[in-house]
Design a protein around this ligand. Structure first.
Ligand code: TRP
Length: 439
């Protein structure tokens, strides 16, 4: 078996703050590439609605709720498959705020002072001559720690984000290192994943499409409104018949984000040939609507069935907690939040750190998903048979992590038997794992 096969699938995780209605820029820059990436067989994706983060910006309860509904419906309508992706709402995972506190205690206050968003507020206040922290909530200050908890809770390897979020991922890495340094190797330091080929879409006025510029085109605007908004995109004053330049043309850039290279080349030619702006706009509108119309229909159906979305999110949260709950148990134990009846001397606790057995998940040539349990010396303790999905394998691991050896009978037909695997060591390892859960 090669190293590659033994390693766990690459875990991607990203959060979407529930503070608005998705626009075309969100679709092109985040929703569409993320949904596509999640369809690759070799990755495991965690996408979630960051509603705790939204509370930092918004204090209107109905807007939080509405945005959560709209964003969930948008991602689902855009093809997110909740069977493949662990799709959940942050506030359904109580382990996340719990982990936030543990990370708060290993994060320097000075580090948070340097976070861009907080610093921008302070700089603004300072130049306005008011108290540096005027109108700055502690929530804004703590934003990076909550985000660190989102990521580290699931030990994500890659975090697809925009450039403005790179600093936050670096902070999450620092939190992982600080915690690991104090308490043993619990966290994988995550990396930001910046999609280079994804366009930043210009908005109606030609600046980056962004809610803060009020220049957006809502992703699921009705057809007529979409047409009107596209007609409102700024152009220069070149008359029909006059050649137009594609450089700096917001309309052209928006088209390009939807069209095939051949279609794009054709519009480029039409620009050179002097297409009238109104005709160009009609072409752009038709092309975008061609892609969006079926999604819009799915979106509207979902908005009319909030119970369905709620059920999908709750099912996603249950899957996420299969990982988060036992992991949080180990973290609580690691920091010393323990059942008083367990008599772990500090010496025993130290040796627990180094002797920790690990589960490895991987995929085989037969397309099935496997896991194995290795002890600290990389000796094989347990070998699974093939599962149809990584989630099923993860569920079995979750069971072993929470219930230890008592989960073995239930999993009997999913585990390899009759080999020279060492049953005594296996039980000891599982014991160690569940003892670490007590908390
Ligand atoms: N801060 C991110 C944004 O504004 C949203 C977010 C919250 C996030 N938690 C996350 C992104 C965890 C990636 C991972 O875009």
């Amino acid at each position: 078996m090669t190293n590659k096969q033994m390693s766990t699938p690459l875990r991607f995780l990203t959060g979407i703050t529930t503070s608005g209605t998705p626009h075309l820029g969100n679709y092109v820059g985040s929703i569409r590439p993320s949904v596509r990436a999640s369809l690759k067989a070799e990755v495991e994706s965690f996408y979630f609605l960051a509603d705790y983060h939204a509370l930092i910006k918004i204090d209107e309860p109905s807007r939080i709720q509405r945005s959560t509904l709209e964003i969930a419906a948008s991602w689902l309508a855009a093809g997110l498959d909740p069977e493949r992706v662990i799709f959940y709402r942050q506030s359904d995972i109580p382990e996340i705020p719990e982990l936030t506190w543990l990370l708060t205690c290993v994060t320097g206050k000075g580090t948070l002072n340097r976070a861009h968003a907080y610093k921008a507020s302070v700089d603004k206040n300072t130049s306005a001559g008011v108290d540096p922290d005027a109108d700055v909530s502690a929530g804004l200050f703590m934003y990076p720690v909550l985000m660190g908890a989102d990521i580290l809770m699931f030990n994500a390897h890659k975090v697809p984000v925009g450039r403005d979020q790179i600093q936050h991922i670096e902070m999450a890495r620092d939190m992982a290192h600080s915690f690991n340094h104090r308490y043993g190797e619990h966290f994988v330091p995550p990396e930001a994943e910046i999609e280079e080929n994804v366009a930043t879409l210009p908005g109606l006025d030609g600046r980056k499409m962004s809610k803060s510029y009020d220049n957006t085109i809502p992703l699921f605007a009705p057809r007529e409104q979409l047409k009107k908004l596209i007609a409102a995109i700024v152009t220069d004053s070149a008359a029909p018949g006059e050649a137009k330049t594609v450089e700096g043309s917001a309309l052209f850039q928006i088209y390009q984000a939807f069209a095939t290279p051949i279609e794009t080349a054709a519009l480029r030619q039409a620009y050179a040939d002097g297409i009238a702006w109104s005709d160009a706009k009609q072409r752009v509108f038709e092309r975008i609507d061609f892609e969006i119309a079926p999604l819009r229909e799915a979106y509207l159906a979902l908005l009319n069935d909030p119970g369905k979305i709620e059920a999908i999110l709750l099912a996603g949260a249950a899957r996420a907690r299969q990982i988060a709950t036992p992991f949080m148990g180990r973290l609580r134990n690691a920091v010393g939040l323990r059942d008083l009846r367990t008599q772990a001397s500090s010496k025993a606790a130290k040796s627990t750190k180094v002797a920790k057995p690990v589960f490895k998940q991987y995929r085989e040539h037969d397309g099935k998903f496997y896991f194995k349990l290795l002890d600290a010396q990389s000796r094989l303790l347990l070998q699974s048979l093939g599962f149809d999905s990584p989630q099923q394998a993860a569920q079995a691991i979750g069971l072993l992590q929470t219930q230890g050896a008592s989960a073995l009978p239930a999993l009997a037909d999913k585990l390899q038997t009759g080999t020279d695997l060492d049953a005594t060591n296996l039980r000891a390892a599982l014991q160690l794992m569940t003892a670490a859960e007590c908390g």
